[in-house]
Design a protein around this ligand. Sequence first.
Ligand code: UDP
Length: 537
Amino acid sequence: QSQELSQVQIDYHAALQTLLEDGTRMVCTGRMHTDRICRFESLCYSTEAEEFIYFHSNSSVMLPNLGSRRFQPALLDLSSVEDHNTQYFNFVELPAAALKFMPKPVFVPDVALIANRFNPDNLMHVFHDDLLPIYYTMQQFTDLDPETRLFFMEGWSEGVHFDLYKLLSNKQPLLREQLKTLGRLLCFTKSYVGLSKITTWYQYGFVQPQGPKANILVSGNEIRQFTKFMMQKLNVSLEESSSEEYIVVFSRTINRLILNEAELILALAQEFQMKTITVSLEEHSFSDIVRLISNASMLVSMHGAQLVMSLFLPRGATVVELFPYAINPEHYTPYKTLATLPGMDLQYIAWQNTAREDTITYPDRPWDQGGIAHLDKAEQERIIKSTEVPRHLCCRNPEWLFRAYQDTKVDIPSLIHVIRQTVKSKPGTKKKWSGSLYPGKVRDARCQASVQGTSEARLSVSWQVPWNLKYLKVREVKYEVWIQEQGENTYMPYILSHQNHTFSENIKPFTIYLVWIRCIFNKNLLGPFADVLLCST
Ligand code: UDP
Protein backbone atom coordinates (compact mmCIF):
# COMPACT_ATOMS: atom_id res chain seq x y z
CA GLN A 1 0.00 0.00 0.00
CA SER A 2 1.30 3.38 -0.93
CA GLN A 3 1.59 6.11 1.63
CA GLU A 4 2.21 8.93 -0.83
CA LEU A 5 -0.78 10.52 -2.44
CA SER A 6 0.11 10.81 -6.06
CA GLN A 7 0.18 7.86 -8.39
CA VAL A 8 -1.78 9.62 -11.04
CA GLN A 9 0.21 12.50 -12.45
CA ILE A 10 -1.94 15.55 -12.48
CA ASP A 11 -1.32 18.72 -14.37
CA TYR A 12 -0.99 21.13 -11.48
CA HIS A 13 -1.69 24.29 -13.42
CA ALA A 14 -4.73 22.83 -15.10
CA ALA A 15 -6.06 21.65 -11.74
CA LEU A 16 -5.53 25.06 -10.17
CA GLN A 17 -7.19 26.77 -13.12
CA THR A 18 -10.21 24.46 -12.84
CA LEU A 19 -10.52 25.17 -9.12
CA LEU A 20 -10.33 28.93 -9.71
CA GLU A 21 -12.85 28.86 -12.53
CA ASP A 22 -15.27 26.14 -11.47
CA GLY A 23 -15.03 26.35 -7.69
CA THR A 24 -16.52 23.56 -5.61
CA ARG A 25 -19.36 21.42 -6.90
CA MET A 26 -21.52 19.48 -4.46
CA VAL A 27 -24.53 17.23 -5.05
CA CYS A 28 -25.95 15.23 -2.15
CA THR A 29 -28.41 12.41 -1.52
CA GLY A 30 -30.79 12.41 1.42
CA ARG A 31 -33.40 14.79 2.74
CA MET A 32 -32.02 15.28 6.24
CA HIS A 33 -28.56 15.68 7.70
CA THR A 34 -28.95 12.19 9.18
CA ASP A 35 -29.37 10.43 5.84
CA ARG A 36 -27.15 12.58 3.65
CA ILE A 37 -24.02 11.65 1.71
CA CYS A 38 -22.45 14.31 -0.49
CA ARG A 39 -20.36 14.03 -3.62
CA PHE A 40 -17.92 16.86 -4.19
CA GLU A 41 -15.60 18.03 -6.88
CA SER A 42 -12.89 20.34 -5.57
CA LEU A 43 -13.72 20.24 -1.90
CA CYS A 44 -10.78 21.75 -0.01
CA TYR A 45 -9.49 21.44 3.54
CA SER A 46 -7.34 23.83 5.50
CA THR A 47 -5.07 21.83 7.78
CA GLU A 48 -4.37 24.98 9.78
CA ALA A 49 -7.97 25.96 10.38
CA GLU A 50 -8.98 22.26 10.42
CA GLU A 51 -12.01 23.20 8.33
CA PHE A 52 -13.36 22.11 4.99
CA ILE A 53 -13.73 24.88 2.42
CA TYR A 54 -16.30 25.36 -0.31
CA PHE A 55 -15.13 27.76 -3.03
CA HIS A 56 -17.78 29.78 -4.85
CA SER A 57 -17.35 30.61 -8.48
CA ASN A 58 -19.52 31.07 -11.57
CA SER A 59 -19.79 27.31 -12.03
CA SER A 60 -20.02 26.08 -8.44
CA VAL A 61 -22.99 23.96 -7.41
CA MET A 62 -24.42 23.38 -3.94
CA LEU A 63 -27.30 20.92 -3.71
CA PRO A 64 -29.05 20.99 -1.33
CA ASN A 65 -28.69 24.73 -1.00
CA LEU A 66 -29.90 25.06 2.57
CA GLY A 67 -28.87 28.60 3.41
CA SER A 68 -28.42 28.90 7.14
CA ARG A 69 -30.29 25.64 7.69
CA ARG A 70 -26.91 24.13 6.87
CA PHE A 71 -26.06 24.89 10.50
CA GLN A 72 -29.26 23.48 12.00
CA PRO A 73 -27.53 21.43 13.16
CA ALA A 74 -25.20 20.46 10.28
CA LEU A 75 -24.98 19.47 6.65
CA LEU A 76 -24.51 15.81 7.52
CA ASP A 77 -23.32 13.20 10.00
CA LEU A 78 -19.69 12.30 9.38
CA SER A 79 -19.97 9.00 11.27
CA SER A 80 -22.66 6.35 10.96
CA VAL A 81 -23.97 7.15 14.44
CA GLU A 82 -27.15 9.11 13.99
CA ASP A 83 -27.18 12.82 14.83
CA HIS A 84 -24.26 12.74 17.26
CA ASN A 85 -23.27 16.32 17.95
CA THR A 86 -19.53 15.58 17.93
CA GLN A 87 -19.72 14.00 14.47
CA TYR A 88 -21.17 16.74 12.31
CA PHE A 89 -19.76 17.85 8.96
CA ASN A 90 -19.86 21.32 7.56
CA PHE A 91 -17.69 23.62 5.46
CA VAL A 92 -16.88 27.29 5.40
CA GLU A 93 -17.50 29.23 2.20
CA LEU A 94 -15.08 31.47 0.35
CA PRO A 95 -15.01 33.10 -3.07
CA ALA A 96 -12.65 31.26 -5.40
CA ALA A 97 -10.81 34.58 -5.81
CA ALA A 98 -9.61 34.19 -2.20
CA LEU A 99 -7.34 31.39 -3.43
CA LYS A 100 -4.92 34.07 -4.61
CA PHE A 101 -4.21 34.97 -1.01
CA MET A 102 -4.13 31.44 0.37
CA PRO A 103 -1.44 28.77 0.56
CA LYS A 104 -0.86 26.94 -2.72
CA PRO A 105 -3.36 24.05 -2.84
CA VAL A 106 -2.11 20.47 -2.83
CA PHE A 107 -4.42 18.34 -4.97
CA VAL A 108 -5.53 14.88 -3.84
CA PRO A 109 -5.85 12.86 -7.04
CA ASP A 110 -7.45 9.76 -5.48
CA VAL A 111 -11.20 9.50 -5.15
CA ALA A 112 -11.69 10.13 -1.45
CA LEU A 113 -14.22 8.83 1.06
CA ILE A 114 -14.20 11.24 3.98
CA ALA A 115 -15.77 10.08 7.26
CA ASN A 116 -15.35 9.73 11.00
CA ARG A 117 -14.66 6.51 12.80
CA PHE A 118 -16.77 6.45 15.95
CA ASN A 119 -14.76 4.44 18.47
CA PRO A 120 -11.88 2.64 16.74
CA ASP A 121 -10.62 0.91 19.89
CA ASN A 122 -13.81 -1.06 20.45
CA LEU A 123 -14.41 -3.98 18.12
CA MET A 124 -18.20 -3.70 18.13
CA HIS A 125 -17.94 -0.05 17.16
CA VAL A 126 -15.29 -0.86 14.55
CA PHE A 127 -17.54 -3.31 12.71
CA HIS A 128 -20.94 -1.80 13.32
CA ASP A 129 -20.16 1.91 13.00
CA ASP A 130 -17.23 1.90 10.58
CA LEU A 131 -16.35 -1.19 8.57
CA LEU A 132 -19.83 -2.25 7.46
CA PRO A 133 -20.94 1.33 6.73
CA ILE A 134 -17.76 2.10 4.78
CA TYR A 135 -18.04 -1.13 2.83
CA TYR A 136 -21.64 -0.45 1.84
CA THR A 137 -21.07 3.25 1.17
CA MET A 138 -18.42 2.12 -1.30
CA GLN A 139 -20.95 -0.29 -2.83
CA GLN A 140 -23.42 2.54 -3.24
CA PHE A 141 -21.20 4.81 -5.39
CA THR A 142 -19.33 3.27 -8.29
CA ASP A 143 -16.59 5.93 -8.08
CA LEU A 144 -15.67 4.42 -4.72
CA ASP A 145 -13.77 1.51 -6.21
CA PRO A 146 -10.90 -0.44 -4.59
CA GLU A 147 -8.55 2.46 -5.35
CA THR A 148 -10.52 4.76 -3.07
CA ARG A 149 -8.54 6.66 -0.44
CA LEU A 150 -10.20 6.68 2.98
CA PHE A 151 -9.79 9.81 5.11
CA PHE A 152 -10.63 9.48 8.78
CA MET A 153 -11.35 12.90 10.24
CA GLU A 154 -12.34 12.05 13.83
CA GLY A 155 -8.86 12.85 15.06
CA TRP A 156 -7.94 9.52 16.67
CA SER A 157 -4.66 7.77 16.06
CA GLU A 158 -4.71 4.51 14.10
CA GLY A 159 -6.05 2.45 17.01
CA VAL A 160 -5.59 -1.26 17.65
CA HIS A 161 -7.75 -2.42 14.75
CA PHE A 162 -6.29 -0.24 11.98
CA ASP A 163 -5.33 -3.31 9.95
CA LEU A 164 -9.03 -4.01 9.48
CA TYR A 165 -9.67 -0.57 8.02
CA LYS A 166 -6.80 -1.11 5.60
CA LEU A 167 -8.62 -4.09 4.09
CA LEU A 168 -11.37 -1.90 2.66
CA SER A 169 -9.33 -0.35 -0.12
CA ASN A 170 -5.96 -0.76 -1.79
CA LYS A 171 -4.66 2.56 -0.51
CA GLN A 172 -3.45 3.37 2.96
CA PRO A 173 -6.18 5.25 4.87
CA LEU A 174 -5.09 8.68 6.06
CA LEU A 175 -5.82 10.20 9.45
CA ARG A 176 -6.59 13.83 10.20
CA GLU A 177 -3.19 14.38 11.84
CA GLN A 178 -1.38 13.15 8.74
CA LEU A 179 -3.04 15.72 6.51
CA LYS A 180 -0.84 18.44 7.98
CA THR A 181 2.21 16.75 6.52
CA LEU A 182 0.68 16.91 3.04
CA GLY A 183 0.15 20.65 2.92
CA ARG A 184 -1.65 23.65 4.33
CA LEU A 185 -4.49 23.64 1.82
CA LEU A 186 -5.64 20.28 0.44
CA CYS A 187 -8.10 20.03 -2.42
CA PHE A 188 -9.88 16.75 -3.07
CA THR A 189 -10.42 16.35 -6.79
CA LYS A 190 -13.38 14.04 -6.24
CA SER A 191 -14.71 13.06 -2.85
CA TYR A 192 -17.67 11.60 -1.01
CA VAL A 193 -18.45 12.78 2.49
CA GLY A 194 -20.49 10.80 5.03
CA LEU A 195 -21.41 7.17 5.60
CA SER A 196 -24.43 5.07 4.81
CA LYS A 197 -26.36 4.06 7.93
CA ILE A 198 -28.30 1.41 6.08
CA THR A 199 -26.46 -1.52 7.70
CA THR A 200 -26.52 -0.40 11.33
CA TRP A 201 -28.79 -2.28 13.70
CA TYR A 202 -28.17 -0.71 17.11
CA GLN A 203 -28.46 2.66 18.82
CA TYR A 204 -26.19 3.18 21.79
CA GLY A 205 -28.49 5.18 24.01
CA PHE A 206 -27.58 8.82 23.50
CA VAL A 207 -31.17 10.04 23.53
CA GLN A 208 -33.10 7.02 24.78
CA PRO A 209 -31.79 3.88 26.51
CA GLN A 210 -29.81 1.68 24.13
CA GLY A 211 -31.58 -0.89 21.97
CA PRO A 212 -32.13 -2.14 18.42
CA LYS A 213 -32.67 0.62 15.87
CA ALA A 214 -36.32 1.36 15.20
CA ASN A 215 -36.15 0.54 11.51
CA ILE A 216 -33.54 -2.10 10.74
CA LEU A 217 -32.80 -2.29 7.01
CA VAL A 218 -30.09 -4.95 6.85
CA SER A 219 -30.40 -8.72 6.71
CA GLY A 220 -27.98 -11.54 7.28
CA ASN A 221 -27.37 -11.75 3.55
CA GLU A 222 -25.66 -8.36 3.36
CA ILE A 223 -23.78 -8.99 6.61
CA ARG A 224 -22.48 -12.25 5.17
CA GLN A 225 -21.50 -10.64 1.85
CA PHE A 226 -19.37 -8.27 3.89
CA THR A 227 -17.82 -11.02 6.04
CA LYS A 228 -17.05 -12.98 2.88
CA PHE A 229 -15.16 -9.96 1.54
CA MET A 230 -13.29 -9.53 4.82
CA MET A 231 -12.35 -13.21 4.94
CA GLN A 232 -10.98 -13.05 1.41
CA LYS A 233 -8.90 -10.03 2.35
CA LEU A 234 -7.71 -11.79 5.51
CA ASN A 235 -6.83 -14.88 3.51
CA VAL A 236 -9.16 -17.02 5.55
CA SER A 237 -10.82 -19.63 3.38
CA LEU A 238 -14.21 -21.05 4.21
CA GLU A 239 -13.68 -24.75 4.84
CA GLU A 240 -16.52 -26.39 2.96
CA SER A 241 -16.31 -29.78 4.60
CA SER A 242 -15.35 -28.89 8.13
CA SER A 243 -13.88 -32.03 9.60
CA GLU A 244 -14.59 -31.65 13.28
CA GLU A 245 -17.26 -29.72 15.11
CA TYR A 246 -16.24 -27.55 18.03
CA ILE A 247 -17.25 -24.85 20.49
CA VAL A 248 -15.37 -21.56 20.87
CA VAL A 249 -15.21 -19.72 24.20
CA PHE A 250 -14.19 -16.12 23.49
CA SER A 251 -12.57 -14.95 26.67
CA ARG A 252 -11.61 -11.56 28.01
CA THR A 253 -8.35 -11.45 29.91
CA ILE A 254 -8.33 -7.93 31.37
CA ASN A 255 -11.77 -7.44 32.87
CA ARG A 256 -15.31 -8.87 32.96
CA LEU A 257 -13.67 -12.26 33.43
CA ILE A 258 -15.16 -15.73 33.61
CA LEU A 259 -13.52 -16.90 36.84
CA ASN A 260 -14.05 -20.61 36.30
CA GLU A 261 -13.22 -20.73 32.62
CA ALA A 262 -11.44 -24.08 32.77
CA GLU A 263 -14.42 -25.66 34.46
CA LEU A 264 -16.74 -24.07 31.90
CA ILE A 265 -14.74 -25.44 28.98
CA LEU A 266 -14.71 -28.94 30.42
CA ALA A 267 -18.44 -28.82 31.08
CA LEU A 268 -19.27 -27.65 27.55
CA ALA A 269 -17.02 -30.28 26.01
CA GLN A 270 -18.59 -33.00 28.09
CA GLU A 271 -22.20 -31.88 27.66
CA PHE A 272 -22.05 -31.50 23.89
CA GLN A 273 -19.34 -34.07 23.23
CA MET A 274 -17.36 -31.53 21.29
CA LYS A 275 -13.90 -30.11 21.35
CA THR A 276 -14.01 -26.72 23.12
CA ILE A 277 -11.34 -24.10 22.61
CA THR A 278 -10.72 -20.58 23.91
CA VAL A 279 -9.65 -17.52 21.99
CA SER A 280 -9.00 -13.94 23.07
CA LEU A 281 -8.10 -10.73 21.33
CA GLU A 282 -4.97 -10.57 23.47
CA GLU A 283 -3.66 -14.03 22.59
CA HIS A 284 -4.77 -14.68 19.01
CA SER A 285 -4.32 -12.90 15.74
CA PHE A 286 -7.44 -11.51 14.18
CA SER A 287 -7.21 -13.94 11.24
CA ASP A 288 -6.90 -16.90 13.58
CA ILE A 289 -9.98 -15.82 15.48
CA VAL A 290 -11.93 -15.40 12.24
CA ARG A 291 -10.75 -18.80 11.00
CA LEU A 292 -11.82 -20.49 14.23
CA ILE A 293 -15.15 -18.72 14.58
CA SER A 294 -16.12 -19.20 10.95
CA ASN A 295 -16.26 -22.95 11.47
CA ALA A 296 -17.55 -23.11 15.02
CA SER A 297 -20.86 -24.62 16.08
CA MET A 298 -21.19 -22.45 19.17
CA LEU A 299 -19.65 -19.22 20.44
CA VAL A 300 -19.73 -18.57 24.19
CA SER A 301 -18.62 -15.25 25.65
CA MET A 302 -19.25 -12.63 28.29
CA HIS A 303 -21.24 -9.66 27.04
CA GLY A 304 -18.77 -7.36 25.31
CA ALA A 305 -17.48 -6.04 22.04
CA GLN A 306 -15.65 -9.27 21.14
CA LEU A 307 -19.11 -10.81 20.57
CA VAL A 308 -19.47 -8.82 17.36
CA MET A 309 -17.32 -11.61 15.93
CA SER A 310 -20.52 -13.68 15.71
CA LEU A 311 -20.71 -11.91 12.36
CA PHE A 312 -18.31 -14.61 11.19
CA LEU A 313 -20.19 -17.64 12.58
CA PRO A 314 -21.57 -20.09 10.03
CA ARG A 315 -25.33 -20.31 9.55
CA GLY A 316 -26.99 -22.52 12.13
CA ALA A 317 -24.44 -21.86 14.86
CA THR A 318 -25.38 -20.78 18.38
CA VAL A 319 -24.33 -17.62 20.24
CA VAL A 320 -24.30 -17.83 24.04
CA GLU A 321 -23.91 -14.45 25.74
CA LEU A 322 -23.12 -14.37 29.46
CA PHE A 323 -24.24 -11.36 31.54
CA PRO A 324 -22.77 -10.35 34.88
CA TYR A 325 -24.89 -9.96 38.01
CA ALA A 326 -27.60 -7.25 37.97
CA ILE A 327 -27.36 -6.70 34.21
CA ASN A 328 -30.63 -7.47 32.49
CA PRO A 329 -29.84 -9.15 29.15
CA GLU A 330 -32.95 -7.61 27.61
CA HIS A 331 -31.52 -4.12 28.11
CA TYR A 332 -28.24 -4.69 26.26
CA THR A 333 -28.93 -6.39 22.97
CA PRO A 334 -26.39 -5.41 20.28
CA TYR A 335 -25.31 -9.03 19.83
CA LYS A 336 -28.77 -10.52 20.25
CA THR A 337 -30.05 -8.14 17.57
CA LEU A 338 -27.19 -9.12 15.28
CA ALA A 339 -27.67 -12.85 15.81
CA THR A 340 -31.40 -12.63 15.21
CA LEU A 341 -31.33 -10.44 12.09
CA PRO A 342 -33.43 -12.15 9.44
CA GLY A 343 -31.18 -14.41 7.42
CA MET A 344 -28.30 -14.47 9.91
CA ASP A 345 -29.63 -17.91 10.82
CA LEU A 346 -27.99 -18.00 14.23
CA GLN A 347 -29.48 -19.20 17.47
CA TYR A 348 -29.11 -16.79 20.34
CA ILE A 349 -29.09 -17.62 24.05
CA ALA A 350 -28.57 -15.24 26.97
CA TRP A 351 -27.50 -16.35 30.42
CA GLN A 352 -27.31 -14.05 33.42
CA ASN A 353 -25.57 -14.51 36.73
CA THR A 354 -28.32 -14.19 39.33
CA ALA A 355 -26.21 -15.25 42.32
CA ARG A 356 -24.63 -12.41 44.25
CA GLU A 357 -22.03 -14.76 45.74
CA ASP A 358 -20.79 -15.59 42.22
CA THR A 359 -19.88 -12.03 41.33
CA ILE A 360 -16.70 -10.10 42.11
CA THR A 361 -17.06 -6.31 42.14
CA TYR A 362 -14.33 -3.67 41.84
CA PRO A 363 -15.57 -0.57 43.67
CA ASP A 364 -12.06 0.89 44.00
CA ARG A 365 -11.08 0.89 40.34
CA PRO A 366 -11.06 4.13 38.32
CA TRP A 367 -14.55 5.28 37.32
CA ASP A 368 -14.12 4.25 33.69
CA GLN A 369 -13.43 0.68 34.77
CA GLY A 370 -16.51 0.63 36.96
CA GLY A 371 -15.13 2.05 40.21
CA ILE A 372 -17.64 3.86 42.42
CA ALA A 373 -15.38 5.16 45.21
CA HIS A 374 -15.77 8.69 43.85
CA LEU A 375 -19.53 8.68 44.52
CA ASP A 376 -21.05 9.73 47.83
CA LYS A 377 -21.53 7.00 50.42
CA ALA A 378 -25.30 6.78 50.12
CA GLU A 379 -25.09 6.34 46.35
CA GLN A 380 -22.36 3.72 46.70
CA GLU A 381 -24.55 1.79 49.13
CA ARG A 382 -27.60 2.04 46.91
CA ILE A 383 -25.63 0.68 43.96
CA ILE A 384 -24.17 -2.18 45.97
CA LYS A 385 -27.61 -3.20 47.28
CA SER A 386 -29.35 -2.92 43.92
CA THR A 387 -30.24 -6.15 42.12
CA GLU A 388 -30.66 -4.64 38.65
CA VAL A 389 -29.14 -1.68 36.87
CA PRO A 390 -32.08 0.56 35.90
CA ARG A 391 -32.29 1.61 32.26
CA HIS A 392 -29.96 4.50 31.58
CA LEU A 393 -28.47 6.62 28.84
CA CYS A 394 -25.01 6.21 27.38
CA CYS A 395 -22.15 6.27 28.39
CA ARG A 396 -20.96 7.08 31.87
CA ASN A 397 -23.62 5.68 34.16
CA PRO A 398 -21.55 4.56 37.18
CA GLU A 399 -23.97 1.83 38.23
CA TRP A 400 -23.85 0.32 34.76
CA LEU A 401 -20.06 0.51 34.58
CA PHE A 402 -19.76 -0.98 38.08
CA ARG A 403 -21.86 -3.98 37.14
CA ALA A 404 -20.49 -4.31 33.60
CA TYR A 405 -16.94 -4.75 34.85
CA GLN A 406 -17.68 -7.44 37.44
CA ASP A 407 -16.04 -10.84 37.12
CA THR A 408 -18.34 -13.84 37.18
CA LYS A 409 -18.15 -17.39 38.39
CA VAL A 410 -20.49 -19.07 35.96
CA ASP A 411 -23.01 -21.44 37.51
CA ILE A 412 -22.46 -24.34 35.13
CA PRO A 413 -25.70 -26.30 35.71
CA SER A 414 -27.84 -23.21 35.19
CA LEU A 415 -25.93 -22.28 32.02
CA ILE A 416 -26.18 -25.79 30.57
CA HIS A 417 -29.88 -25.74 31.43
CA VAL A 418 -30.59 -22.57 29.43
CA ILE A 419 -28.50 -23.75 26.49
CA ARG A 420 -30.36 -27.08 26.50
CA GLN A 421 -33.70 -25.31 26.27
CA THR A 422 -32.66 -24.17 22.79
CA VAL A 423 -30.00 -26.63 21.63
CA LYS A 424 -31.71 -29.98 21.93
CA SER A 425 -29.20 -32.35 20.40
CA LYS A 426 -25.80 -31.33 19.12
CA PRO A 427 -25.20 -27.71 18.22
CA GLY A 428 -24.64 -27.64 14.51
CA THR A 429 -24.13 -25.55 11.44
CA LYS A 430 -25.83 -25.51 8.11
CA LYS A 431 -24.07 -24.31 5.05
CA LYS A 432 -27.16 -23.85 2.93
CA TRP A 433 -28.80 -20.59 2.06
CA SER A 434 -32.24 -20.47 3.58
CA GLY A 435 -33.41 -17.23 2.02
CA SER A 436 -37.07 -16.49 2.13
CA LEU A 437 -38.81 -15.03 -0.87
CA TYR A 438 -42.10 -13.19 -0.80
CA PRO A 439 -45.15 -13.86 -2.96
CA GLY A 440 -46.21 -11.45 -5.69
CA LYS A 441 -49.77 -10.17 -5.96
CA VAL A 442 -52.54 -12.63 -6.65
CA ARG A 443 -53.84 -12.19 -10.22
CA ASP A 444 -57.19 -11.95 -12.01
CA ALA A 445 -59.19 -11.48 -8.86
CA ARG A 446 -62.93 -11.50 -9.53
CA CYS A 447 -66.10 -11.54 -7.54
CA GLN A 448 -69.66 -12.53 -8.18
CA ALA A 449 -72.57 -11.72 -5.93
CA SER A 450 -75.89 -13.41 -5.47
CA VAL A 451 -78.78 -12.20 -3.38
CA GLN A 452 -81.13 -14.57 -1.57
CA GLY A 453 -84.25 -12.77 -0.49
CA THR A 454 -84.10 -9.44 1.33
CA SER A 455 -81.60 -10.23 4.10
CA GLU A 456 -79.14 -12.80 2.74
CA ALA A 457 -76.43 -12.57 0.12
CA ARG A 458 -73.29 -14.38 -1.00
CA LEU A 459 -70.05 -13.21 -2.42
CA SER A 460 -67.97 -15.61 -4.51
CA VAL A 461 -64.40 -14.48 -4.89
CA SER A 462 -61.71 -16.16 -7.00
CA TRP A 463 -58.15 -15.35 -8.02
CA GLN A 464 -55.02 -16.84 -9.61
CA VAL A 465 -51.77 -17.69 -7.87
CA PRO A 466 -48.98 -15.08 -7.83
CA TRP A 467 -46.90 -15.09 -10.95
CA ASN A 468 -43.63 -15.98 -9.20
CA LEU A 469 -45.01 -19.10 -7.50
CA LYS A 470 -44.32 -21.32 -10.49
CA TYR A 471 -40.58 -20.67 -10.15
CA LEU A 472 -40.41 -21.37 -6.42
CA LYS A 473 -40.51 -24.30 -4.07
CA VAL A 474 -42.89 -23.22 -1.35
CA ARG A 475 -43.92 -25.47 1.51
CA GLU A 476 -47.27 -23.85 2.13
CA VAL A 477 -49.31 -21.36 0.12
CA LYS A 478 -52.24 -19.60 1.79
CA TYR A 479 -54.35 -16.54 1.07
CA GLU A 480 -55.59 -13.81 3.30
CA VAL A 481 -58.84 -12.15 2.30
CA TRP A 482 -60.31 -9.09 3.94
CA ILE A 483 -63.92 -8.18 3.33
CA GLN A 484 -64.73 -4.59 4.12
CA GLU A 485 -68.10 -2.94 3.75
CA GLN A 486 -67.60 0.30 1.87
CA GLY A 487 -67.41 3.23 4.25
CA GLU A 488 -66.64 1.08 7.29
CA ASN A 489 -63.31 1.06 9.12
CA THR A 490 -63.40 -2.58 10.11
CA TYR A 491 -63.12 -5.68 7.98
CA MET A 492 -63.56 -9.44 8.29
CA PRO A 493 -60.29 -11.33 7.78
CA TYR A 494 -60.07 -14.89 6.46
CA ILE A 495 -57.14 -17.24 5.91
CA LEU A 496 -57.88 -19.60 3.00
CA SER A 497 -56.08 -22.45 1.29
CA HIS A 498 -57.84 -22.37 -2.05
CA GLN A 499 -58.10 -19.85 -4.87
CA ASN A 500 -61.80 -19.26 -4.47
CA HIS A 501 -64.27 -18.94 -1.70
CA THR A 502 -67.92 -18.09 -1.24
CA PHE A 503 -68.59 -15.79 1.66
CA SER A 504 -72.08 -15.80 3.17
CA GLU A 505 -71.53 -14.84 6.80
CA ASN A 506 -72.38 -11.20 7.46
CA ILE A 507 -72.87 -10.45 3.78
CA LYS A 508 -75.80 -8.10 3.24
CA PRO A 509 -77.73 -7.62 0.04
CA PHE A 510 -77.49 -4.36 -1.93
CA THR A 511 -74.20 -3.39 -0.37
CA ILE A 512 -70.79 -2.58 -1.81
CA TYR A 513 -67.87 -4.58 -0.42
CA LEU A 514 -64.15 -3.96 -0.81
CA VAL A 515 -62.21 -7.21 -1.10
CA TRP A 516 -58.50 -7.30 -0.32
CA ILE A 517 -56.49 -10.41 -1.19
CA ARG A 518 -52.88 -11.30 -0.56
CA CYS A 519 -50.83 -14.47 -0.70
CA ILE A 520 -48.84 -15.88 2.23
CA PHE A 521 -45.91 -18.30 1.84
CA ASN A 522 -44.90 -20.56 4.69
CA LYS A 523 -47.09 -18.88 7.31
CA ASN A 524 -45.13 -15.67 7.72
CA LEU A 525 -44.06 -14.40 4.29
CA LEU A 526 -46.84 -11.92 3.58
CA GLY A 527 -47.14 -10.67 0.01
CA PRO A 528 -48.65 -7.39 -1.19
CA PHE A 529 -52.39 -6.94 -1.53
CA ALA A 530 -53.71 -7.02 -5.06
CA ASP A 531 -55.69 -4.00 -6.27
CA VAL A 532 -58.83 -3.83 -4.25
CA LEU A 533 -61.91 -5.53 -5.72
CA LEU A 534 -65.24 -3.70 -5.62
CA CYS A 535 -68.12 -6.12 -5.27
CA SER A 536 -71.80 -5.14 -5.14
CA THR A 537 -74.34 -7.59 -3.84
N1 UDP B 1 -11.37 -6.26 25.44
C1 UDP B 1 -10.76 -7.48 25.40
N2 UDP B 1 -10.42 -8.11 26.56
C2 UDP B 1 -10.68 -7.57 27.76
C3 UDP B 1 -11.32 -6.33 27.81
C4 UDP B 1 -11.66 -5.69 26.63
O1 UDP B 1 -10.51 -8.00 24.33
O2 UDP B 1 -10.35 -8.19 28.77
C5 UDP B 1 -11.71 -5.57 24.19
C6 UDP B 1 -13.20 -5.55 23.91
O3 UDP B 1 -13.62 -6.66 23.17
C7 UDP B 1 -13.34 -4.26 23.12
C8 UDP B 1 -12.29 -3.37 23.72
O4 UDP B 1 -11.33 -4.23 24.33
O5 UDP B 1 -13.04 -4.46 21.76
C9 UDP B 1 -12.85 -2.38 24.72
O6 UDP B 1 -13.53 -3.06 25.75
P1 UDP B 1 -14.61 -2.37 26.69
O7 UDP B 1 -14.78 -3.21 27.93
O8 UDP B 1 -14.27 -0.95 26.84
O9 UDP B 1 -15.94 -2.39 25.81
P2 UDP B 1 -17.13 -3.46 25.72
O10 UDP B 1 -16.52 -4.79 25.45
O11 UDP B 1 -17.87 -3.41 27.01
O12 UDP B 1 -17.94 -2.97 24.56
